[in-house]
Design a protein around this ligand. Structure first.
Ligand SMILES: NC(=O)c1ccc[n+]([C@@H]2O[C@H](COP(=O)([O-])OP(=O)(O)OC[C@H]3O[C@@H](n4cnc5c(N)ncnc54)[C@H](O)[C@@H]3O)[C@@H](O)[C@H]2O)c1
Length: 338
């Protein structure tokens, strides 16, 4: 099978490319990535000489380039996106360009070249937020979209476009919406790698508000398995939710990381909350369990230690990213709550 992966130099995309080539030795992957601040070819060092793998630096909004790359492919797996909520508050334009317009360019090319199978990667954030005081409330596939940030609104728009191409043109699509990922090669501005790398360096760690916001953490490899199952077994036109059975408060995550690294709790600095911060995300993944035999094989309780160890063992990967990744953290620290 010939596959076009978009955004394969990012966190989840690079884990997916390596996972797929290992599991399917006869397949070929072309990775189209613009190499924004979040794209990093060092994520793919192990496979850069693999004959089954081709890297193309480029923008998914470039119609001519996308058209050339989509031609002759059997499958498109679409990860490329602007993915950080905080950045979408300060610079919304790129989110709409890449996440909405870029998805449209890919869909048009998929349609033009013989209705190519299209798997779209999305987020549970399209459903908005859940209350903190009702643990039974969880996101599920039949819920109404209610995005609350430019990031989630742009992802919601892209999901609607993907469904529209199925409804209108019968383009063979599937969509997966996933909760918060963690694992190796995550850009160190996101909570878990930010806390780990700053703790290793004895730097203060900003935590939004009281830190009681809840996320449902899924290990990136479980997410890759979920995507694989959608591609292989998913019903055309359907959407599947993937969670990690890993609801944790942000403050629990940071304290646990400090414990694992034997660092003092006073590295934690509470800072003014993110504007419109979603309180809680949690996922019911029973449809994926029933139809795709999906179940997360790792819990964050067990695998946070393994993730901390990966960052401890791979400073040559994250140290060159640190200065840029720390810019936002340093800005939040200026808003410390006294
Ligand atoms: N990280 C999570 O916890 C999470 C959870 C649910 C869903 N998702 C979704 O998964 C996908 C991947 O997320 P991630 O965390 O790996 O993101 P990331 O920010 O680590 O990587 C995004 C990649 O897309 C590339 N890219 C950005 N704009 C591009 C463009 N215009 N053209 C080509 N390439 C471009 C970047 O260079 C980067 O390599 C995204 O669609 C995101 O919405 C992420």
């Amino acid at each position: 099978m010939k596959i076009l992966v978009t955004g394969g130099a990012g966190f989840i995309g690079s884990n997916f490319v390596k996972y797929w080539l290992k599991k399917y030795p006869k397949d070929e992957i072309t990775n189209l990535d613009k190499l924004t601040y979040a794209g990093n070819l060092n994520n793919l060092k192990d496979i850069e000489k693999d004959k089954r793998y081709t890297f193309v630096k480029g923008n998914i909004c470039n119609k001519k380039l996308v058209d050339e790359l989509v031609k002759g492919k059997d499958l498109i797996v679409h990860f490329a996106a602007e993915s950080h909520v905080d950045r979408s508050i300060e610079g919304p334009d790129e989110f709409v360009k890449t996440n909405v317009e870029g998805t449209l360019v890919l869909l048009e090319a998929a349609l033009k070249h013989g209705s190519i199978r299209f798997h779209h990667i999305s987020t549970d954030e399209v459903f908005g937020e859940l209350p903190l005081d009702d643990p039974k409330a969880k996101f599920h596939e039949d819920m109404v979209y209610d995005p609350r940030s430019v990031y989630s609104a742009s992802k919601a728009a892209s999901d609607h476009l993907v469904r529209a191409y199925h409804a209108t043109h019968r383009l063979p699509i599937t969509i997966s919406n996933c909760s918060n990922n963690y694992g190796p090669y995550q850009y160190p501005e996101k909570l878990i790698p930010l806390a780990i790398t700053r703790a290793i360096m004895d730097q203060e760690i900003p935590v939004y508000g009281d830190g009681k916001q809840v996320r449902d953490w899924i290990h990136v490899e479980d997410h890759c398995i979920g995507i694989e199952r959608c591609i292989k077994k998913g019903k055309i036109g359907e959407t599947y939710l993937f969670g990690g059975d890993g609801e944790k408060q942000n403050i629990w995550i940071v304290k646990e990381i400090l414990k694992l690294l034997d660092k003092p709790k006073d590295l934690i600095v509470h800072v003014g909350d993110r504007k419109g911060h979603d309180l809680r995300y949690a996922i019911v993944f029973s449809k994926a369990q029933r139809e795709l035999n999906y179940k997360p094989s790792r819990t964050v309780d067990q695998w946070l230690a393994n993730t901390v160890e990966w960052y401890v063992d791979n400073p040559e990967w994250w140290k060159p990213l640190k200065k840029k990744a720390d810019v936002l953290a340093e800005r939040y620290l200026e808003k410390r709550i006294k």
